[in-house]
Design a binder for this molecule. Structure first.
Ligand code: EPU
Length: 428
């Protein structure tokens, strides 16, 4: 892991940023589509791929599985998941990114067996895998835990269609079981699925390639399995990253004189746009761009994180930074992950007035002046939030563990420098 940090010279609350801030392709959309290449007959072509660490990790994982991931140009990849010839997932790589868990579905359905360690990733909560284990059992698989790894074996005649009800809607579990069910024998019903745009994008892509899935866009899917026959691929263009879009919108609300966020899908961040507008921010929405101008004396609001289309847990941390600058008291209720409010300790050190009531609830009183500090970025989204806090602060901040920000945001310092942020990547 690199030991790089960002050095940021804060704007002391001034709203000076201007220009164009383009949004890249979505990390959480491209990773499952890469994984799906395992259920295809031929290599899959991906475009608008973000240049981020998690894409490198997924590429390394494919290489360990015997496949090839070729980068044909900056944003175009050819993933030859058809060449995968083993189904033991590399433990070191798996531990470095949670999204590796989505490979279990396509590997198990194609090879009848998969082994993987408890997946790693950001430190944002417990992140159990019971939905995966229960679902595979429902499809007839047996599960063995050996040392630090799970070995899952499908019945001799392959995974069987089943009715699976997710006790909570899970993004990666939905994606995993959609892919597993496509190659299974018989019909699978997935109920209470996640509706995040990244999930829908994967499903629509697979339907476009011949998968028999009905109920797309609703919480219940019916998937008619091919009994092992692989699909024929079509090119996939990665959808814009809604979490980048949302983070940039908050940056604009905090610090922009006149910022235009381009290459985005505003519909995917409707809830944030509404909240910020009501709070007093000047926002103009076009088809694939958003113009934002920050305003002084904005009003606070409450947030409760929720599955899509509710308020995204991934935008909770950047929004808390915004609320430190708004007038009034806000209640922040993080319902999805229990580790995602711990970054508030750093914000408090920077001068924020935040009370953490328990792992899920905090109140933020604003406005407060923030001061530059040295902080550790604990995960992708909180890392980005602390970067926003550094931009609003007075004086200099150092954000350590830039690796986490690099996992999800491509060359953020270049894009932010272009709109006027004083930011530099340093080696400590
Ligand atoms: N859950 C279970 N059992 C399971 C799986 C999940 O109880 O077996 C629970 C979780 O503990 C959580 C809830 O289900 O309370 C929802 O979590 P989900 O499974 O949807 O999260 P995920 O699939 O692991 C994806 C994104 C996350 C994002 C969440 C929530 C990817 C690769 N990751 O994670 O993105 O925060 O959905 O929207 O798609 C990020 O990009 O920074 C990131 C962490």
């Amino acid at each position: 892991m690199s030991k790089e940090s960002f050095k940021v010279q804060g704007l002391s609350g001034k709203k000076t940023l201007k220009g164009i801030l383009p949004v890249m392709g979505s990390k959480n959309a491209v990773l499952p589509v890469m994984a799906s290449s395992i259920i295809f007959k031929k290599p899959l072509e991906l475009s608008n791929v973000p240049d981020i660490e998690d894409v490198y990790r997924m590429s390394e994982m494919f290489e360990k599985l015997g496949a090839e991931v070729k980068r044909v140009s900056k944003r175009k990849y050819i993933v030859s998941g058809n060449l995968v010839n083993k189904s033991e997932m590399d433990p070191e790589i798996s531990k470095r990114f949670r999204a590796s868990v989505i490979l279990t579905g396509p590997l198990l359905s194609r090879f009848g067996k998969v082994s993987f360690p408890y997946p790693g990733g950001c430190v944002i909560g417990k992140r159990p895998i019971d939905l995966f284990l229960n679902g595979f059992e429902k499809m007839g698989a047996s599960i063995k835990e050996e040392g630090n790894k799970f070995i899952i074996t499908a019945p001799r005649k392959g995974l069987q269609g089943a009715s699976i009800f997710f006790k909570v809607p899970s993004v990666t579990a939905t994606e995993t079981f959609v892919m597993a069910a496509i190659l299974a024998k018989g019909t699978t019903y997935l109920k209470n699925i996640a509706l995040e745009p990244e999930v829908t994008s994967l499903i629509e892509y697979l339907v476009g390639c011949g998968a028999k899935i009905s109920g797309v866009g609703t919480t219940t899917l019916k998937i008619v399995g091919t009994g092992g026959r692989l699909l024929s691929p079509k090119p996939y263009k990665t959808i814009p990253d809604r979490l980048e879009t949302g983070s940039f919108l908050i940056l604009g609300a905090l610090s922009a004189k006149d910022l235009t966020i381009t290459n985005c899908n505003p519909e995917h961040v409707e809830i944030l746009i509404d909240l910020l507008k009501d709070s007093g921010v000047d926002i103009k929405v076009e088809k694939s761009s958003i113009r934002v101008r920050g305003r002084d004396k904005v009003r606070s609001f409450d947030i409760k994180t929720h599955e899509y289309p509710g308020f995204p847990t991934d935008l909770q941390a950047p929004t808390v930074v915004y609320l430190t600058q708004a007038i009034g008291e806000s209640l922040v209720f993080e319902t999805i992950f229990e580790g995602r409010l711990s970054f508030t300790e750093d914000l408090i050190n920077m001068g924020a007035n935040i009370t953490l009531w328990d792992a899920h609830r905090a109140t933020v009183k604003g406005p407060t002046k923030l001061k530059g500090r040295e902080v550790d970025g604990p995960d992708i989204r909180a890392g980005l939030a602390l970067l926003l806090a550094a931009i609003v602060s007075s004086g200099e901040s150092i954000i350590n563990n830039v690796y986490y920000i690099d996992r999800g945001y491509e060359s953020i310092e270049d894009r932010f420098s272009k709109i006027g942020v004083k930011i530099e990547r340093i080696k400590k």
